[in-house]
Design a protein around this ligand. Structure first.
Ligand code: SAM
Length: 243
């Protein structure tokens, strides 16, 4: 895959960079915004929904028309908006996962507000603990933190847990893909959000080394310089690869 030069976004959430988090009390004051047809509630303790990430939801809807039956998994759901929008536009059930209990509580609230409470299960868990043995998902949406640790101070308005992706920005992405590898349907798909084209190239190199996770980059969509969504599939669709 040919990649354009690296692009480092001006902010992880440029649409909201003017919304400072003054202190704990104001950070915990709920606000809401439109995300497609949904109204999403959140506060300063979780990452503010970024409008461009609707491309991840709409790509999910496209894929779900062809993917096997079954529920959608979203890891690192935050306030739940990306997964919920995909579910609202299809008839799928969903499992939304976040390590942060505050984010998970907003995902529950937003599922309820979207009329999806009976189709959505929210789990407060680390990626590696998110899925039980035997569970299978045809689609996984993965939105890990992807800012390099040494660059997180550039985004003081964003919660550290939501943006710190380790030395190369890919540490949590790799954990999430190991978790997805264990539960993805043989013909399933993954839509992974990253920050830069260089990160996609590094991820592709890592995946092509031998060993799990057994996934390969099969597509890429970006929105200006805001971020990148990567489509991953099994190396050989229809083949169950055990790690
Ligand atoms: C970049 S934010 C994504 C939020 C939302 N899905 C979006 O794209 O706007 C990353 C989210 O991952 C969660 N998170 C960070 N590390 C995690 C881990 N190891 N397992 C599960 N969730 C994690 C954070 O709490 C945060 O809500």
């Amino acid at each position: 895959m040919t990649l354009r030069p690296d692009v480092i976004p001006a902010s992880t959430s440029p649409e909201t960079a003017a919304a400072p988090v003054a202190d704990d009390a104001s950070a915990a004051s709920p606000v809401s915004m439109d995300f497609g047809p949904l109204t999403i509630s959140y506060d300063g303790r979780v990452l503010t929904p970024r409008p461009w990430t609707q491309i991840q939801s709409s790509w999910a809807v496209e894929l779900l028309a062809e993917l096997p039956e079954g529920p959608v998994l979203e890891i690192c759901t935050g306030a739940g908006h990306i997964g919920l929008l995909a579910l609202a536009l299809t008839d799928r059930d969903g499992v939304l996962v976040d390590a942060d209990p505050v984010a998970a509580s907003y995902a529950v609230k937003n599922a309820d507000a979207a009329g999806l409470a009976d189709r959505v299960e929210v789990r407060t868990a680390l990626a590696q603990d998110a899925v039980a043995p035997g569970e299978t998902f045809p689609l996984a949406i993965v939105d890990p933190p992807w800012v390099k640790s040494q660059e997180v101070t550039r985004f003081p308005e964003d919660p550290l847990l939501a943006i710190d992706g380790g030395d190369d920005g890919l540490a949590v992405a790799r954990q999430c893909l190991h978790a997805v590898d264990a539960c993805l349907h043989p013909d399933g798909a993954v839509l992974l959000q990253l920050g830069t084209f260089n990160q996609v190239a590094a991820l592709e190199e890592w995946l092509e080394q031998s060993g799990p996770p057994h996934l390969r980059v099969r597509g890429l969509r970006s929105f200006e310089d805001r971020g990148v969504v990567v489509l991953l599939r099994r190396p050989e669709p229809g083949t169950r690869l055990l790690s």
